[in-house]
Write a protein that binds this ligand. Structure first.
Ligand SMILES: NC(=O)c1ccc[n+]([C@@H]2O[C@H](COP(=O)([O-])OP(=O)(O)OC[C@H]3O[C@@H](n4cnc5c(N)ncnc54)[C@H](OP(=O)(O)O)[C@@H]3O)[C@@H](O)[C@H]2O)c1
Length: 326
């Protein structure tokens, strides 16, 4: 198996989880990290045994010792950072949400096409065993047709009001930060196109959503009830409601345990642990795509990113969240 050489862009919070996973993924080698601060890059490199540390993103983009860059900067920088690397003929795995709006996403996809390089949104949850198992269960028909979907992802970071997660310039608000998981969860199991969407939100003084609830009706009649938040705690869980029963999952977007409640049967609990910390599966997918010369994943396609981005654009339009880039 050809080894795929990875570089990390931005040595922040989630880059740590990615580095740990990359070091734990067969066929992947973590070769470089870039930070705006060389001391920070060197410290990160030492922690994860990474041979090359760079004090600017530009230097790592020009380095020929990596095949693919993992973009781990605030959402509002993903597009420019990704395009920098793609212009240097590097493949890109960009953290979620892939960017802030549809026109920025089209700019990224156009750059991937022009440069003939691979681009994928790091929607790691799509690749974990629990998601694959849930898809199999739905396809088997044991729940009957899925008529309802529920998913919530909410946390409280009200003690960090200056964090970029609250800043419109960086795509702040719960819709982009965690709502993208709820929207993705619903899209995987609805098996239909969205037809109608209605959203309400509580906005911050800076105009980003702190709490947002959305209802989507799909063309096949299924209805999803979703919510995201960043200043309140809700149980992060999901349900798929079918004609014959329902599935319940904790951490709906990336479950490690599935409870099946089927009419007339005992409750069945299915364990589906991650390979490691949950990021390895997406690294395997992107690495395998590169080995096969693919420019996009067959699973986490550009169109899937477009679908979720279109919904986020519409939800923001309805609740009045506007970014400078819009
Ligand atoms: N997949 C997941 O489970 C998951 C979880 C959390 C976050 N995320 C996503 O990952 C991305 C980064 O989130 P995070 O929580 O890791 O954020 P973070 O801790 O703030 O790290 C972001 C990094 O981006 C770099 N950066 C470049 N320009 C910056 C600027 N103007 N302001 C702040 N940082 C800047 C910094 O790295 P240097 O100083 O080293 O350049 C910073 O450490 C977001 O898009 C988020 O949605 C994904």
């Amino acid at each position: 198996m050809k080894t795929i050489r990875w570089g990390i862009v931005g040595a922040g919070n989630i880059a740590n989880r990615f580095a740990e996973a990359c070091n734990n993924t067969p066929g992947a080698e973590l070769c470089a990290v870039a930070s705006r601060d060389i001391a920070k890059a060197e410290q990160f490199a030492k922690k994860y045994n990474i041979p090359h540390a760079f004090g600017s993103y530009e230097e790592m983009a020009a380095f020929d010792g990596i095949d693919i860059a993992y973009i781990a900067t605030p959402h509002g920088l993903h597009a420019d950072n990704a395009i920098l690397f793609m212009n240097h003929k590097k493949a890109v795995l960009s953290e979620k949400p892939i960017t802030l709006n549809m026109s920025e996403l089209e700019r990224m996809i156009a750059s991937a096409k022009e440069n003939d390089v691979f681009l994928m949104e790091a929607m790691w949850a799509r690749f974990v065993p629990g998601t694959k198992k849930l898809l199999e269960i739905v396809e088997s028909g044991s729940l009957g047709k899925i008529r309802g979907i529920q998913s919530t992802f909410s946390y409280d970071m009200s003690d960090e009001p200056d964090h970029h997660a609250f800043d419109p310039k960086y795509g702040g608000g719960s819709i982009l930060d965690v709502g993208c998981y709820c929207l993705s969860f619903a899209s995987w199991y609805a098996n239909s196109e969205p037809e109608q969407i209605t959203a309400v939100a509580e906005l911050s003084d800076k105009g980003v959503d702190l709490h947002c609830c959305y209802l989507i009706k799909y063309k096949n009649g299924a209805i999803a009830s979703l919510s995201s938040g960043m200043t309140l705690r809700k149980p992060n869980e999901g349900y798929l409601f079918g004609e014959k029963g329902y599935a319940y999952v904790e951490r709906s977007y990336a479950p490690q345990k599935i409870e099946l409640h089927i009419e007339g049967k005992d409750v069945e609990v299915i364990d589906c642990p991650y390979y490691g910390n949950g990021f390895e599966e997406q690294i395997m997918e992107a690495s395998e795509c590169l080995r096969q010369g693919k420019k996009e994943s067959d699973i986490m396609t550009h169109d899937q990113s477009r679908l979720i981005m279109r919904l986020m654009d519409e939800i923001r339009r309805q609740v009045g969240v506007k970014y400078p880039v819009d």
